[in-house]
Design a binder for this molecule. Structure first.
Ligand SMILES: Nc1ncnc2c1ncn2[C@@H]1O[C@H](COP(=O)(O)OP(=O)(O)OP(=O)(O)O)[C@@H](O)[C@H]1O
Length: 262
C-alpha cells in the first residue's frame, strides 16, 4: 500500500508548522524523517494519520483520498506507534498488545484465543514475553516502546508510522528494532519513522527526508541526503561521514572543536 502527501501544509489552528510537503512511501519501503527538535515531525505524522486536518494539500492511500475513509477503515490500513507515553490505566502488557487487534474486531467482539496467542508471539519476537502479565504502568519506558510496536503489528496494518521508535531504547534494542523494521518492509509493510540518529537512516531506510524550518529541504536515498552539508543545516554540527573497515553502512562522526575532546 502506498501513502502519499502532495503539497501538504499543516499546523495547529492558524499556525503553519510546515508547507509544500511532498512525500511518498511505496509498498515495502522505509522512509526516515529527520529534523531538529520542534521541526514538526510529530505534527506531520499526526496529519498523515488524519488526526490533524491539513491546511491544504492532499493525502492519499493507494491514490484514494484519506479523508474518504472512516477512522475504523484508516486504522485497518495505518498503524501509529507514538513515542512511549505514560499509561493512566494499569492494563496488562498482553492486553495492551491485544488492543491493536481492535481495528480488526467489531466493538463488541472479544479477542479470540488465537489473537491472544498471536499477541504473545509478538512479545516473544521482541524478547518481552516475560512481561506479558505485568502492568503496563510498571514497565520501563523502553519496554513500553516495544510493547507499542507489538501493538501496532497486532493491528495488521499495511503502513506503520513510527514516531522515534528507538528514542528510549538501549543500544541493543535500538538495533533489534531497526532490524525488525527492515524485516517488516521485506514482508511488504511500508514504514515511515522519525529518528534523531542519522546512522539509523543508513541501517534501515530506502528513502530519507529532512524537515527544516517548515519545509522538506532534501529527500532521496540515504547516500544522497545524509551529507555533512545537510546535517550541518539541520543540526548546526559539523560531522564527517565514512565507512569503518568491515562495516556494511556508513557512519556519522561529529567533528567537535579541539578544546571539546581533550
Ligand atoms: N498540540 C499542539 N498545539 C500547538 N502547538 C504544538 C502542539 N504540539 C506541538 N506544537 C508545536 O509544533 C511545533 C512542532 O512540534 P512537533 O512535536 O511536531 O516537533 P517534532 O519535530 O516532532 O519535535 P521533537 O523532535 O522534539 O519530538 C513545535 O513548535 C511545537 O511547540
Amino acid at each position: 500500500m502506498k501513502l502519499s502527501a502532495e503539497n501538504l501544509s499543516f499546523g495547529y489552528g492558524k499556525r503553519i508548522i510546515a508547507q509544500n510537503i511532498n512525500l511518498s512511501v511505496a509498498q515495502g519501503e522505509v522512509l526516515c524523517l529527520l529534523g531538529a527538535n520542534g521541526a514538526g515531525k510529530t505534527t506531520l505524522f499526526k496529519t498523515l494519520l488524519g488526526l490533524i486536518k491539513p491546511h491544504s494539500g492532499r493525502i492519499t492511500l493507494d491514490n484514494a483520498p484519506l479523508e474518504q475513509l472512516s477512522l475504523h477503515q484508516r486504522a485497518r490500513k495505518i498503524a501509529y506507534v507514538p513515542q512511549a507515553h505514560n499509561a493512566l490505566f494499569p492494563f496488562d502488557v498482553l492486553d495492551v498488545v491485544i488492543m491493536g487487534a481492535a481495528a480488526q474486531l467489531s466493538l463488541t467482539t472479544k479477542p479470540s484465543a488465537s489473537e491472544m496467542q498471536e499477541a504473545l508471539r509478538l512479545l516473544e519476537r521482541f524478547n518481552m514475553a516475560h512481561l506479558a502479565d505485568k502492568a503496563y504502568t510498571e514497565i520501563s519506558g523502553g519496554e513500553r516502546q516495544i510493547v507499542l510496536i507489538a501493538r501496532a503489528l497486532m493491528q495488521k496494518a499495511q503502513i506503520l508510522v513510527m514516531d522515534e521508535p528507538t528514542a528510549s531504547l538501549d543500544y541493543g534494542n535500538q538495533l533489534r528494532i531497526l532490524q525488525q523494521i527492515k524485516e517488516l518492509s521485506k514482508s511488504g509493510i511500508s514504514v515511515i519513522l522519525s529518528t534523531h540518529n542519522p546512522d539509523h537512516v543508513f541501517i534501515c531506510a530506502d528513502q530519507v527526508a529532512l524537515l527544516h524550518q517548515g519545509a522538506l529541504i532534501a529527500s532521496g536515498t540515504p547516500q544522497a541526503v545524509i551529507t555533512p552539508e545537510n546535517l550541518k543545516k539541520i543540526y548546526q554540527i559539523d560531522v564527517t561521514i565514512g565507512q569503518l573497515h568491515g562495516s556494511p553502512y556508513p557512519l556519522c562522526a561529529p567533528v567537535l572543536p579541539e578544546s571539546d575532546h581533550q
